[in-house]
Design a binder for this molecule. Structure first.
Ligand SMILES: *Cc1c(COP(=O)(O)O)cnc(C)c1O
Length: 202
């Protein structure tokens, strides 16, 4: 059916496996930055319910074509001038990390925390979290993106720290874990995992 390169049956099999690994309490968000507009059809056919897009422009195009087929999350760097698009389409933003975006956003959000201190990573430093939370009324939880690792166990301290920060601030949702380490993230309390490559590649 799909004219793209992804096969719905393959994606369904991987998606079902991940869902059984993480259990019913964890939302599996399919990261779609690698997925073309045409290939989004295979994701819908595979039964994927929640997708996370990184770029507002792609979000707009994909939503325009597939609208009600998915629930839409935003997981990329959010520029304040794109907040309007995100407000119109998304049920959750995972990656709030600037005051200017916070001023324009109207949908539930997670605050992205940079726990590794890598300058290339977005997210606010943990020391600034408490003050940052004052800026936005609808923060549901926290998100983090640990460094790329060989051994998923290396991500565990970051996930644990994010959970402690969320607990200390009375926040419930934890968006953590990607293809490399989602199982460890779930052990540490993730309520949302964001997976891409593990769904699309062998
Ligand atoms: C791409 C991306 C993911 C998924 O990464 P994979 O390694 O492909 O699972 C998760 N979160 C964010 C913010 C991303 O940009």
């Amino acid at each position: 059916m799909s004219s793209g390169s992804l096969r719905a049956d393959d994606i369904r099999e991987r998606y079902e496996r991940i869902r059984s690994e993480v259990g019913p309490a964890v939302t599996v968000v399919a990261a779609t930055k690698y997925v073309s507009l045409e290939d989004m059809a295979a994701l819908a056919e595979a039964g994927i319910e929640v997708v996370g897009e990184n770029r507002a422009q792609d979000l707009e195009a994909k939503h325009g074509a597939y609208g009600d087929a998915f629930r839409w999350h935003f997981i990329g760097h959010l520029q304040s001038r794109k907040a309007k698009t995100v407000n119109e389409i998304c049920e959750l933003v995972h990656s709030l990390s600037s005051e200017s975006a916070a001023r324009r956003l109207t949908v539930p959000a997670l605050v992205e925390v940079n726990l590794s201190g890598e300058e290339s990573k977005s997210g606010i430093p943990p020391e600034q979290l408490e003050a940052f939370l004052e800026l936005y009324g609808d923060v549901r939880g926290l998100m983090t993106m640990p460094p790329a690792v060989q051994d998923p166990e290396e991500s565990r301290p970051y996930f644990r720290r994010l959970r402690e920060l969320a607990e200390a601030n009375g926040l419930r949702e934890l968006s953590m874990g990607t293809s490399q380490d989602y199982k460890v993230a779930v052990e540490e309390g993730a309520t949302l995992v964001r997976v891409g490559s593990v769904l699309y590649r062998d």
